[in-house]
Design a protein around this ligand. Structure first.
Ligand code: ACO
Length: 325
């Protein structure tokens, strides 16, 4: 019999500290109105001093394990997507494993920026389908605020911190119907943090401080809209499905205008699209599992419904997951 992978439970966590658009008005030359109209964002959460990506991941992971009706001991794989690891090494997945007092199972990080969780889900699903794991903890967690220049109005209004997680378990029926993962590294310079361990953090970069996120927002926006439109077609074709077969769109929460464009491509009414970007801005790898958890817990998403998860981010990377919840 074939083994499939299904989501058994979801969890998420946002740090306590909140930065509203009004707060940002006092920090950079921007307005609440500009941020709402151009992005849909109202507020974002920011990790407290000393609070790390692993701290956020742990909260989301424990909630997902509880929702799945599982124990930490059941977990036999941890895949954690992040751009903002606690340490250069060990991986944040290994730090999370230690926190949860799990010993021995494979644990590793995946780095695909905002597409990170979709990548992590795609990887974990392969482990389960090949019989290498039967209960995977898949996490997207970020302290993106640490790689933001808080004096750059072009980026600081967009991002926030958070974590989301799912428990993915082996099942006789799908579950995950298909995963579609893509990248094109040719677009490196449109969205990046120029510095790094190997290049160093004092590289001469015309754009500004190499420790922080630099983005050509307008060009990224156009690429995101076009690419996400294409991946909707690719995903439906691969499953021989029609647009109307999708019950819920759970998109990467970067900008309400990008989400609206993808919904239009699916002919989907906005009440079938999970939108949380207003509440936490772009939390990068955490955004898709955060949105999923919100809509599962408030009862909108029900068992048996078909969900399309999609994301686009630095790399560029992009991807989708079609699943029966
Ligand atoms: N407040 C006020 N004005 C601003 C702000 C701000 N916070 N930021 C920029 N502006 C100004 C610009 O300077 C520009 O002024 P000018 O016309 O005088 O030059 C004007 O607003 C318009 O700027 P644009 O960049 O053209 O504005 P746009 O409508 O494209 O919105 C935004 C900018 C919100 C960044 C949008 O381009 C966007 O969302 N891009 C995609 C982001 C994204 O999805 N990233 C992918 C994932 S992120 C990841 O992987 C890490």
């Amino acid at each position: 019999m074939n083994t499939f992978a299904r989501i058994a439970g979801t969890g998420s966590y946002l740090p306590e500290k909140v930065l509203t658009n009004k707060d940002l008005e006092a920090m950079v030359d921007t307005t609440d109105q500009w941020i709402r109209e151009r992005t849909g964002i109202v507020k974002r959460h920011v990790a407290g001093e000393g609070q790390t990506t692993c701290d956020l991941a742990e909260q989301a992971a424990r909630r997902a394990i509880e929702a799945a009706g599982r124990q930490v001991d059941d977990v036999d794989l941890i895949v954690l997507a992040t751009t903002t690891a606690d340490k250069i090494f060990p991986s944040t997945a290994c730090l999370l494993q230690q926190r949860l007092d799990i010993h021995g199972c494979a644990a590793f990080d995946v780095q695909a920026v905002c597409t990170g969780f979709v990548y992590a889900l795609g990887v974990a699903e392969k482990f389960i389908r090949t019989g290498s794991a039967s209960c995977a903890l898949v996490v997207g967690a970020e302290t993106f605020s640490r790689i933001i220049d808080w004096s750059d109005r072009g980026t600081c209004v967009l991002f926030g911190d958070g974590a989301g997680a799912v428990v993915l378990e082996a099942a006789d029926e799908p579950g995950i119907l298909s995963t579609h993962l893509h990248a094109d590294g040719a677009y490196e310079n449109l969205l990046h943090v120029p510095g790094g361990v190997s290049r160093g953090f004092d590289v001469d970069d015309a754009e500004g401080d190499p420790r922080y996120t630099h983005m050509k927002g307008n060009e990224v926006f156009k690429m995101a809209v076009n690419t996400l439109g294409r991946i909707v077609d690719e995903t439906l074709q691969a499953n021989d499905m029609k647009k109307s077969d999708v019950d819920w769109l759970v998109p990467h929460q970067a900008n309400i205008r990008i989400i609206n464009a993808t919904a239009r491509k699916l002919n989907m009414a906005m009440d079938k699209v999970v939108v949380t970007v207003d509440q936490h801005g772009n939390t990068s790898a955490a955004s898709v599992p955060l949105a999923l958890d919100v809509a599962v817990r408030d009862g909108r998403i029900r068992r048996g419904e078909v969900l399309l998860l999609e994301a686009f981010g630095g790399g560029f990377t992009w991807g989708s997951v079609l699943l029966r919840y």
